[in-house]
Write a new protein. Structure first.
Length: 229
């Protein structure tokens, strides 16, 4: 209960510091240009194929990435990243069929905080009712089943994000992606804010993503954008 109260307090703090007058850029197209760093950060989903314990090259511990407190509503920053704001780190992209990075191209209309709010990405980041927090029936994941238009990111798609800031919700296990709908009911270890510096093919032949760690409170407290490919 203490952890849930702390997480709820953090979400409310983020909401209070939201950028005034910012717009959610749903379905925006990407160009491979650093100029996009000035756009609203992109909402992404990461799973164990991007950030996991005992995985090269970083060998994160359970404490590094909040594994011990994972649940659908966790939106705490992960301690490894919180301690290293401004530093660079290389994260794997994952093999074909088991990508670790995903981008929602659109989000369900019932994910908004109130009718007409146009804030579905931010409401998910804040774990709104049914999106990690209890809904009116006390169910935390009522809106997270069979979500449409989730795109796994291969090398080419990751490269289109070069220069962009991202805010990612990180799942402890593999996201069960399918082309007909994806369940996002799995446990979350927290959130991370990153700037994608470069994407390349690593020595294993799989994508590697070099990122700069950003302050999640500053980066993810305002409007978030979506991308389409």
């Amino acid at each position: 209960m203490i952890r849930e109260a702390q997480t709820m307090k953090r979400r409310h703090s983020h909401a209070l510091h939201a950028f005034t007058g910012a717009l959610v850029l749903a379905g925006a197209s990407l160009l491979a240009s650093p100029a996009h760093a000035q756009d609203a950060p992109v909402l992404l989903l990461l799973d164990q194929n991007a950030i996991a314990t005992n995985q090269a090259p970083n060998m994160f511990t359970a404490a590094d990435i909040n594994v011990t407190i994972a649940s659908p509503g966790v939106r705490d920053p992960m301690s490894y990243f919180m301690r290293r704001t401004g530093q660079t780190v290389v994260l794997p992209g994952g093999p074909a069929g088991h990508e670790g990075w995903f981008a929602p191209a659109s989000l369900p209309s019932n994910w908004v905080s109130v009718s007409g709010a146009n804030d579905a990405p931010q409401n998910f980041m804040l774990a709104g009712p049914g999106l990690g927090s209890p809904d009116s029936s006390g169910v935390r994941t009522s809106l997270l089943g069979n979500v449409q238009n989730i795109a796994p990111l291969d090398l080419a798609r990751l490269q289109l994000l070069t220069g962009r800031q991202i805010c990612a919700v990180v799942f402890v296990s593999e996201i069960p992606w399918t082309s007909t709908g994806t369940s996002l009911k799995g446990s979350v270890t927290g959130i991370v804010a990153l700037s994608i510096l470069s994407v390349a093919t690593g020595s294993t032949g799989l994508p590697t993503v070099t990122v700069r760690i950003l302050d999640d409170g500053l980066t993810c407290s305002g409007a978030l954008s979506l991308v389409s490919f």
